[in-house]
Design a protein around this ligand. Structure first.
Ligand SMILES: C[S@@+](CC[C@H](N)C(=O)[O-])C[C@H]1O[C@@H](n2cnc3c(N)ncnc32)[C@H](O)[C@@H]1O
Ligand SMILES: Nc1nc2[nH]cc(C(=O)O)c2c(=O)[nH]1
Ligand code: SF4
Ligand SMILES: [Mg+2]
Length: 247
């Protein structure tokens, strides 16, 4: 009965309070839970320490003791719920890594949490996994970030038609495409047409881990959003705290 979590300091799981920095609920106060493991491997992933357990990203480099051979911190679901509740926020963002890989444990954790108080739950996902019915019943919003070819993932792993169909039909799913060049936006438009993703639920977000990169790219992203009827989202936390863990 455990969840694999990312760690921030030895023995301490990555649970933190911050304003939602991206997407449809940008600016709202939240508590974040960051899980380990991913089924993809984006070349520009800003949280590769949650899944790439080798070299400089080895989480045990910091002297953390792990319970498992694959170097993940595992945590009892009830204890995770209590740690989340201690932050005193009412909106929870579950991210990773890819949180939908641990759906059964998340359902159990959320049931512990809902016994402690009322919560609105958002899940950040790469959109390649269909959520279980049990999880969907407990989650209010999905922030879905399907991965384009510039992420370096094989397309047949990153783009799963059955999962995109689920999210396209789910009114509380917002699509948040990471783009680095105008060509990436052409790819977004082709995916949206192929999988019936509604333009009014699509956000474009610059790839970038520093304010200068984000600002430079947002200039042309804004123009393309106007042309295509998409929304643009900044990455608020990068402006507030830089590319820092736990913010
Ligand atoms: C680290 S991911 C975790 C959730 C899930 N695996 C996903 O990809 O959506 C959280 C968000 O950060 C975005 N992201 C990761 N690295 C980024 C980067 N270098 N620049 C911009 N966005 C990035 C992802 O696309 C996703 O929207
Ligand atoms: N402040 C803040 N907002 C976020 N929204 C999505 C995040 C993520 O890493 O999934 C994130 C994050 O890491 N920090
Ligand atoms: S899918 Fe998300 S967590 Fe996984 S590698 Fe890509 S950005 Fe990182
Ligand atoms: Mg992030």
């Amino acid at each position: 009965m455990t969840l694999a979590l990312a760690t921030i300091t030895p023995g301490k799981p990555e649970i933190f309070a911050a304003l939602q920095g991206e997407g449809a609920s940008i600016g709202r106060p939240c508590v974040f839970l960051r899980l380990s493991r991913c089924n993809l491997a984006c070349t520009w992933c800003d949280t590769a320490y949650t899944w790439r357990f080798e070299g400089d990203n080895r989480p045990h480099k910091d002297g953390i003791a792990f319970d498992r051979a694959d170097n993940q911190l595992v945590w009892e679901e009830a204890a995770v719920a209590e740690a989340i509740h201690a932050f005193g926020q009412s909106r929870l963002v579950i991210t990773g890594g890819e949180p939908l890989l641990q759906a059964p444990a998340l359902v159990r954790m959320l049931d512990h949490l809902f016994a402690l108080g009322d919560y609105q739950v958002e899940i950040e996902t790469n959109g390649s996994v269909v959520p279980s019915e049990a999880l969907a019943a407990r989650v209010g919003q999905y922030n879905v970030s399907p991965k384009l070819s510039h992420s370096g993932n094989p397309r047949d792993l990153a783009i799963r038609p059955e999962a995109l169909r689920f999210f396209a039909q789910y009114p509380k799913a917002f699509f948040k495409f990471v783009v680095a060049t105008p060509d990436d936006v052409e790819e977004v438009a082709a995916l949206a047409a192929e999988h019936d993703l509604p333009a009014e639920r699509i956000f474009l977000m610059s790839e970038g881990r520093d304010p200068e990169t984000l600002r430079a790219r947002m200039v042309w992203i804004a123009d393309l959003c106007l042309q295509r009827g998409y929304a643009m989202t900044d990455r608020l936390h990068i402006h507030l705290s830089g590319d820092t863990r736990g913010t």
